[in-house]
Design a binder for this molecule. Structure first.
Ligand code: AMP
Length: 284
């Protein structure tokens, strides 16, 4: 049975009963759970004795013109999935409980959050770090699992944990994809049939660039152009960025060297914004 904890008070009561030798694994989500999320639950299960998930569509990480109000919220189906996966507890707080009137403190990482999605979605990562730190303080997990699908989010959270000495181990779970390569995302349900048919080109652009890298190309600008050329095969895809970046700081690079690189892409299909990425190992 998955225990459903509907507010902070219920979570605190649950947490107080966990014995000190029990390792807690935590998977924060915004719900509309798919196999990508469930792979993180499985990873947490391997790393911990008790697994707790959260579902909270965090208003703080949505921009004014983003999809907060229409974000999918199939809560009964989500609870079923967590039950079947043997997840021990679900934290399901309301917005009012998480952000009481007058809340005026924000947590901001100021370097890794800057480029890529940070540049396109002002305030997004500040919303993420604020809610994730609150969730860490409430759940007090030993280990927390995040998806490589949101590579910049992983990098920002790892930096926050390091900089603020938060006593939690961060694990990254690999990207789970559809058979045709499209990365699973709660937002894929928004895609029209035509956009869904074009969407695998995003992954194909990453693979094509990885192949060029394997063949010896190291110039970041040339590699990004190869990725853009693949996406140009469909006029339904409106690229927001296609970048070759340092894998840790996400800073700009001109050549891929010993540290490898993160290939990161964001694109619109209709009104739906999709992101994907691929980590290239370095020469070292
Ligand atoms: P979200 O509900 O979109 O906030 O995602 C919750 C967690 O699931 C985040 O750590 C995501 O990176 C992760 N996630 C989302 N999609 C995937 C995927 N296709 N594969 C692996 N992890 C994912």
């Amino acid at each position: 049975m998955t225990v459903i904890l509907r507010d902070k008070a219920a979570l605190r009561t649950w947490r107080a009963k966990v014995t000190p030798e029990t390792r807690i694994g935590f998977v924060p989500t915004m719900g509309a759970l798919h196999e990508g999320h469930m792979s993180l639950m499985a990873r947490a299960r391997e790393a911990a004795d008790l697994v707790i998930a959260s579902i909270f569509v965090n208003p703080l990480q949505f921009g004014p013109n983003e999809d907060l109000s229409r974000y999918p919220r199939p809560i009964e189906a989500d609870i079923d999935k967590l039950e079947r996966a043997g997840v021990d507890a679900l934290f399901l707080p309301s917005v009012e409980d998480m952000y009481p009137e007058g809340a005026s403190t924000l947590v901001e990482e100021t370097l890794v959050s800057g480029p890529l999605c940070g540049a396109m979605r002002p305030g997004h990562f500040r919303g993420v770090t604020t809610v994730v730190l609150k969730l860490f303080n409430l759940v007090q997990p030993h280990v927390a699992v995040f998806g490589q699908k949101d590579a910049q989010q992983c990098a920002v959270i790892e930096r926050m944990v390091r900089d603020l000495d938060i006593p939690v181990e961060i694990l990254r779970g690999p990207i789970v994809r559809e058979p045709d390569g499209l990365a699973l995302s709660s937002r894929n349900v928004y895609l029209s049939a035509e956009d869904r048919a074009a969407a695998p080109l995003i992954h194909k652009s990453l693979q094509t660039v990885a192949a060029a890298y394997q063949a010896g190309e190291r110039d970041a600008e040339k590699l990004a152009q190869i990725g853009l050329d693949v996406l140009a095969q469909s006029d339904r895809i409106k690229v927001q960025y296609w970048e070759v970046r340092d894998p840790e700081s996400l800073g700009a690079i001109t050549q891929i060297g010993a540290r490898g690189a993160l290939l990161a892409v964001a694109a619109y299909l209709g009104a739906t914004r999709l992101i994907d990425n691929l980590l290239l190992g370095g020469d070292a």
